[in-house]
Design a protein around this ligand. Structure first.
Ligand SMILES: Cc1ncc(COP(=O)(O)O)c(C=O)c1O
Length: 372
């Protein structure tokens, strides 16, 4: 940093690190050229509207399902949105008390009523889940079982399977968004989710594991849901970006994808460690779990009330730390309760150097002290 530059960090946008994307450039350049030459007009023309067949076959193989059950699209959010579009308008949908903000915003467009259920360090509160199922007859549940956005919680197998069996018993479409499954940095690996004929539905994305710019994601639905979903896909966007899907299929098949995931885990581990250390030092107890992977971590700042949150965010910005209230990520029925506990924020870490993370969190702590 030059002498006159002021130090700053923006904890808001969960983007892959620039180094990681730069590391990818030669592989992406080579991969796209290879598949354009190999598949030619097949990937430049209309077609494959449920996704590039070789990619669907690879994904099917990974999850041990029939490729017919897979729709590969332009990103995780697109396929999630297509799924929400496929539900009857104004359906009841269960979500975690805090979740991926865009899911809440998108589902609202279809008039769905999003009902939050409490999260514990093991997953959702099962008693509350059963209670909401009984009272609201939901059409679907959407959850993020690995390195949950924004809490960082990793569901236990038992909790996840209990949710699945309640959903199966009550005919609720159970959707697990597994886009952070492979992004675990603590040296352990997340187990696989078994997909059987009824479900659960899985959705994922290559945004955080390859690149947001290439924009590719997929959803695996039950066989008897495929035709209904395909009707929605065909009316919405005909085919997805086929050169990208061909590139990703080749990237996986060549073994480069697995190597790259290994590289990301190494790159992001010290950043995660720095975040955990800084949280434990400056904000003990303000986040529900130690972060073990993914892209996000939450903080509840008990000293900052709704009335002074704007002033606090401004002071943090003046001190060089970009943060924002994360109320968009809170299910409507939890907003009041969470607002009563203090300012809720979501921070991201993979794009930053460990010393900047440590600096940003300590600055945040100093700023709070001015308000308490
Ligand atoms: C839980 C979750 N699902 C989906 C997405 C979006 O993925 P995509 O960029 O592929 O639409 C994100 C991005 O942050 C996410 O956190």
């Amino acid at each position: 940093m030059g002498k006159n530059e002021t130090r700053a960090i923006n904890f808001l946008r969960g983007v892959p690190s620039e180094e990681a994307l730069s590391h990818l450039i030669p592989m992406v350049a080579e991969g796209y050229e290879k598949v354009i030459r190999q598949y030619g007009t097949q990937v430049l023309q209309y077609g494959h509207f449920t996704g590039f067949k070789p990619l669907r076959e690879l994904i099917a193989n990974l999850h041990h399902v029939d490729p017919e059950r897979i729709v590969a699209g332009n990103g995780g959010l697109e396929v999630i949105s297509l799924f929400f579009k496929s539900l009857p308008l104004q359906s009841n949908v269960i979500v975690e008390e805090v979740t991926y903000d865009r899911v809440l915003l998108d589902a609202k467009r279809y008039g769905h009523n999003m009902i939050g259920v409490k999260l514990t360090p093991e997953g959702v509160d099962l008693d509350q889940f059963r209670d909401v199922v009984k009272k609201t007859e939901p059409a679907a549940f959407y959850g993020i079982p690995f390195h949950q956005n924004p809490t960082g919680i990793n569901y236990t197998d038992e909790n996840r399977k209990a949710v699945e069996s309640i959903c199966q018993e009550h005919n609720i479409l159970c959707v697990w968004d597994v886009c952070y499954q492979d992004l675990r940095y603590d040296g352990k690996a997340n187990g696989a989710i078994d997909v059987s004929e009824w479900g659960p539905i899985l959705t994922s994305s290559f945004t955080k594991t390859i690149s947001p710019g290439t924009k590719c994601g997929y959803i695996i639905v039950p066989k008897d849901y495929v035709e209904h979903l395909i009707g929605i896909v065909a009316n919405t966007r005909i085919n997805p970006n086929l050169p990208t899907q061909a590139f990703i299929a080749d990237f996986i098949q060549s073994g480069w994808y697995d190597d790259y995931l290994g590289y990301l885990r190494e790159l992001y581990r010290p950043r995660m460690d720095a975040l955990n250390t800084a949280f434990n030092t400056h904000f003990p107890g303000a986040s529900p779990v130690e972060i073990s992977g993914g892209f996000f971590a939450p903080l509840t700042l008990g000293d900052i009330s709704v009335d002074n949150e704007s002033a606090f965010v401004k002071s943090a910005k003046d001190a060089g730390v970009g943060i924002a209230p994360a109320w968009n990520a809170v299910a409507p029925n939890f907003k009041e309760e969470l607002q009563g506990k203090g300012l809720f924020i979501r921070l991201t870490f993979p794009a930053f150097q460990p010393n900047d993370i440590e600096w940003g969190i300590s600055k945040l702590k100093e700023t709070i002290e001015l308000f308490s």
